[in-house]
Ligand binder design. Structure first.
Ligand code: PTR
Ligand code: PTR
Length: 333
């Protein structure tokens, strides 16, 4: 009974938090003048989803005679707590494919996370901005080759090679590796039922990102670049925070969402997506607890539940489910 009450209390709290976040988001009056310029209209997928001027990614070395040519609908998202940096972008339109690759090259991004299908409910959500497996296409004047493509159940991993500028005085051809992770298990207008495969993908991305010496920010995009993109970025930030601080508490979730929304309006679009962040964190922490328990068993150590207690406490604050390895209650008489 106690657990049910806790669950209901958490449920209500989460709904109230989201309501408060929606209200706060509406009061944000950061200007969006670049996105509103007439010459940039055709570069926005949705006219109501524009980047703030203060955080938008400005394209460099473009043609100064073409007005608005430094514009792309994408925003830098910085996390001061874990020093994480991301780019949140809308899904490419035909007119913005070259700009997209210009941005990826300029920012030295090595990971692209795509959280949408190209077509959903018979509507185009993002144009295919990469070549098919084994093929090469020309993007923003550079050769881009799709050298590998593997599919797990819920996501596809592609490996691209993007032609680099030659070093001054040399003409050797250099190629830059870029990894593309497309999560396809996210039904439109909803959330994935189970966060497990998304967490697997994020863990794999983290390992890949660490293989590069000075990688730029991962680019995350869906269709509008706010709903699913915001959810993925916030989950990523909270996991980083957890690893860094050794814990997160119930304030961290709304605070992180609010921080992210100040950098791109409307990030995490629905209450279901907001709830999904909590679910993902809970599953992540349960995995952590499993890992620690097996590690302790394998090392044949004296059981030290220090960390496990911290995890259980976090689970209680965040979760709607009770921890499943509690000792059974003594029988009552
Ligand atoms: N904007 C819609 C609403 O306010 O009801 C919700 C919505 C969410 C609409 C997502 C479209 C969405 O598109 P996608 O399938 O690309 O997530
Ligand atoms: N006009 C749509 C709306 O306001 O709902 C724009 C939109 C479309 C917003 C998709 C969010 C969307 O979802 P996502 O950011 O996950 O692609």
């Amino acid at each position: 009974l106690c657990e049910t009450a806790e669950r209901v209390r958490n449920d209500i709290r989460i709904a109230q938090e989201f309501e408060w976040l929606q209200f706060e988001d509406k009061t944000n009056t950061n200007p969006k003048t670049a996105g509103l310029m007439a010459c940039n209209k055709r570069k926005n997928r949705y006219k109501n989803i524009l980047p703030f001027d203060c955080t938008r990614v400005v394209l460099n070395n473009i043609d100064p005679t073409i007005p608005g040519s430094d514009y792309i609908n994408a925003s830098f998202i910085f996390d001061d707590q874990s020093s994480g940096l991301f780019i949140a972008a809308q899904g490419c339109l035909k007119a913005t494919v070259d700009d997209f690759w210009h941005m990826v090259y300029q920012e030295n991004s090595r990971i692209i996370i795509m959280v949408t299908n190209e077509i959903e409910k018979a509507k185009i959500k993002c144009v295919r901005y990469w070549p098919d497996y084994g093929l090469t296409s020309l993007v923003d004047g550079r050769e881009l080759t799709n050298v590998d493509e593997t599919s797990t159940g819920d996501y596809v991993i592609r490996e691209f090679e993007l032609e680099e500028d030659p070093l001054p005085g040399r003409d050797t051809r250099r190629l830059r590796k870029i990894f593309h992770y497309q999560y396809i298990g996210w039904p439109d207008h909803g959330t994935p039922g189970d966060p497990a495969s998304l967490l697997d993908m994020l863990a794999q991305i983290d390992t890949t990102q660490k293989t590069f010496q000075y990688p730029g920010p991962p680019v995350v995009h869906c269709s509008a670049g706010i709903g699913r993109t915001g959810t993925v970025i916030v989950i990523n930030m909270l996991i980083n925070l957890l690893q860094l601080k050794g814990g997160v508490d119930e304030k961290d979730v709304p605070q992180t969402v609010q921080k992210v929304r100040c950098q791109r309006g409307g990030m995490v679009q629905t209450e279901a997506q907001y709830r999904f962040i909590y679910r993902a964190l809970v599953v992540y922490m349960k995995r952590l607890r499993e890992q620690q328990l097996t590690q302790q068993k394998n090392e044949n150590q004296k059981m030290d539940y220090g960390n496990i207690d911290v995890i259980n406490k976090m689970l209680q604050e965040l979760d709607v489910e009770p921890p499943d390895d509690k000792p059974p209650l003594p029988p009552r008489d």
